[in-house]
Design a protein around this ligand. Structure first.
Ligand SMILES: [Zn+2]
Ligand SMILES: [Zn+2]
Length: 272
């Protein structure tokens, strides 16, 4: 009973976190960068109109790719039930879904269904990453990493401009060490929030780089996250096509293109 309530609680937390990230945090981040950081830097460094326009274009381009890949990943259905396929005796039988599933399909406890070519259950998307949405997940990681490196660069100049004489280093130190803040008896101000955002940029840039390197290594080797210890399968070009699809070159810059994946799950499909 306790487990059920806890599971429901985590399920609700996951959904709230997922949708607030898509509809509040990510747009909020862009508004902060455009409305607070950009005007300050323009004023201090006297940035020209051409550079300003380029900066706005790149920021919006990254924003579209981050949110677009996130939304597409969430709405893409990789579950077996919805595919209207029947499988032969290849693979194994799922006692929970009462279905013969193909190789590489796994049951997800959180989604409560078997997922085609299941990679992992993503807490941030509140959804499993599988056959049809892995490309969106990877491109989300690519663009969140680019965006964070990009904003870290600009936010460094922004937070540096509001502190003097090693004030930034002390502000970071105080933020990471609340005991020091207590001793110094310095009041919290809006500057601390700016420093917190800057540290968040750095943290997400490192986190996304680690995740991206792990998942791209698996993609090049034709493996899912479950199989990361196994030897490479097929050649890297086929492995890439099986994830990014036939229009892979457009998926790199536009999340909403339809790019059918080459199905390499090695099963026989009947009654398609
Ligand atoms: Zn199942
Ligand atoms: Zn799942």
């Amino acid at each position: 009973m306790t487990t059920t309530i806890l599971e429901k609680f985590f399920y609700i937390c996951e959904k709230v976190h997922c949708y607030s990230t898509v509809f509040i945090l990510t747009p909020g981040f862009l508004i902060f960068e455009m409305g607070v950081v950009r005007p300050t830097l323009i004023e201090i460094y006297k940035i020209g109109v051409a550079k300003q326009l380029l900066h706005v274009f790149l920021s919006v381009f990254c924003f579209i790719n981050v949110t677009g890949n996130m939304i597409m990943s969430i709405i893409s259905d990789c579950s077996i039930n919805k595919t209207r396929r029947q499988f032969t005796e290849d693979g194994d039988f799922c006692e929970l879904c009462k279905i013969q599933r193909p190789p590489k399909a796994w049951h997800c406890k959180e989604c409560n269904v078997c997922i085609l070519k299941r990679d992992h259950h993503c807490f941030f998307f509140s959804r499993c990453i599988g056959l049809y949405n892995r490309r969106y997940y990877l491109m989300y990681l690519v663009y969140i990493h680019i965006s964070m490196v990009y904003s870290t660069y600009y936010n460094y100049y922004f937070v540096s401009s509001i502190f003097e004489n090693h004030g930034l280093e002390m502000a970071i130190f105080r933020l990471l060490n609340p005991f020091l803040r207590y001793i110094m008896r310095e009041e919290t101000s809006i500057k601390d929030i700016y420093v917190f955002f800057f540290l968040l940029n750095v943290g997400i840039a490192i986190w996304s780089a680690i995740l991206l390197s792990f998942h791209m290594r698996n993609v090049f080797r034709g493996l899912t996250a479950h199989e990361y210890r196994e030897p490479s399968k097929s050649n890297w070009k086929e492995n890439l096509l099986s994830v990014f699809g036939t229009k892979w070159y457009i998926t790199l810059i536009w999340p909403f293109v339809d790019s059918p994946v080459i199905d390499d799950t090695d099963f026989i499909v009947k009654n398609r």
